[in-house]
Write a protein that binds this ligand. Structure first.
Ligand code: HEM
Length: 74
């Protein structure tokens, strides 16, 4: 059985009685978008040596951004 994380750890979808009713649908949409993009493009980090750190804000922010080069798959 998968371990359930507390919704209070990542509050973008709110937590408690007013939490987002379609959080799972939103995650599914995000995964579909990623799958479509990965099917069409190859992504390569602009700087592969750069350490990636998150910043906990209202959304999950990448500190300083995450620059990539995208090239079409043939
Ligand atoms: C990235 C996408 C989304 C984010 C970040 C998000 C975030 C939130 C947040 C923060 C709330 C709480 C609002 C409040 O307390 O007043 C909320 C509520 C809600 N969301 Fe989402 N949401 C997302 C996508 C969706 C989608 C795709 C649907 C429906 C298809 C949806 C349906 C709802 C509904 C019905 C509520 C009201 C829940 C209630 O008041 O009891 N959300 N959402």
């Amino acid at each position: 059985m998968a371990l359930q994380e507390s919704p209070f750890k990542f509050t973008t979808f709110n937590a408690g009685p007013r939490f987002c009713l379609e959080k799972d649908f939103a995650y599914k949409q995000a995964k579909i978008i990623c799958a479509v993009l990965l099917g069409c493009y190859k992504f390569k980090l602009s700087d592969e040596k750069k350490a990636v750190h998150y910043r906990i804000k209202l959304t999950f922010h990448i500190d300083g951004g995450l620059y990539v080069h995208a090239s079409p798959r043939h």
